[in-house]
Write a protein that binds this ligand. Structure first.
Ligand SMILES: Nc1ncnc2c1ncn2[C@@H]1O[C@H](COP(=O)(O)OP(=O)(O)OP(=O)(O)O)[C@@H](O)[C@H]1O
Ligand SMILES: [Mg+2]
Length: 213
């Protein structure tokens, strides 16, 4: 599925994309489709190319356009200024009008998984745990639903010598949403119990510290 230059070929992949959008490489494949590193209008971005199956599943189950849904949740979290460093910046949805394949363009996060980082450093950086505390605190105060789901898949990137977690996957429908509740209202007012992700990070940090003697 590649061009002569080794880059993924949109036609061969069945993707209809703007002519000035260049696929650089496949980054990974999630439950809703492949994600590519791309170049578009002078920026390096991540392109989430949703499968028809995933699009139809969201439409049928939640009455939502998957790309718009993911971008809206991504935007909602960025309404909280303290979360800006920890959330990938949404760019735009393509294909909403049927002109292109339905895709969501987002800031490309140049990072590694938490497991890969733990393996590399043999510990979890303090800055990561501190960021986790901020995310936990802010999300509980704002009553964000489903934060543990957003935090399940994160990338960790180094900025000016500081390791920071970055959320990039916003397609999960918060469990608290009943069928009749508004789908996009992830910001609430209720104070909620502590986050599971932070407990898991602390446990991992303690395990690594013990293992290193
Ligand atoms: N903005 C991004 N920047 C860099 N890499 C990304 C970005 N978005 C996604 N990825 C990569 O693409 C892969 C697939 O992401 P996606 O969000 O579709 O699914 P996932 O979180 O891995 O799996 P699931 O759909 O089961 O939750 C991820 O593993 C991640 O490494
Ligand atoms: Mg995910």
């Amino acid at each position: 599925m590649q061009n002569g230059n080794g880059k993924p070929n949109p036609q061969k992949l069945g993707l209809k994309l703007p002519p000035d959008l260049e696929l650089e490489s496949l980054i990974g494949t999630g439950s809703c489709g492949p994600v590519y590193k791309v170049h578009f209008q002078g920026e390096t971005l991540a392109l989430k190319a949703y499968t028809q199956q995933a699009i139809q599943r969201y439409e049928k189950k939640h009455g939502a356009n998957l790309a718009i849904f993911e971008m809206s949740q991504n935007r909602s979290l960025r309404k909280l200024p303290q979360l800006l460093p920890f959330t990938a910046k949404p760019n735009r949805v393509l294909g909403q009008d049927g002109k292109f394949s339905l895709c969501f363009l987002q800031e490309f996060v140049d990072g590694v998984s938490i497991d890969a980082l733990a393996e590399r450093l043999g510990r979890l950086p303090q800055s990561l745990l501190e960021a986790g505390e901020v995310i936990d605190q802010v999300s509980r105060t704002a009553g964000i639903k489903g934060m543990d789901q957003f935090m399940r898949d994160i990338l960790v990137r180094e900025r000016h010598g500081v390791w920071q977690p970055v959320m990039f996957d916003f397609k999960h429908v918060p469990r608290e949403h009943g069928g009749s509740k508004p789908l996009f209202g992830i910001l609430g007012r209720k104070h909620k119990a502590g986050s599971a992700f932070l407990r898991q990070w602390r446990e991992l940090a303690a395990r690594l510290e013990k293992a290193s003697g």
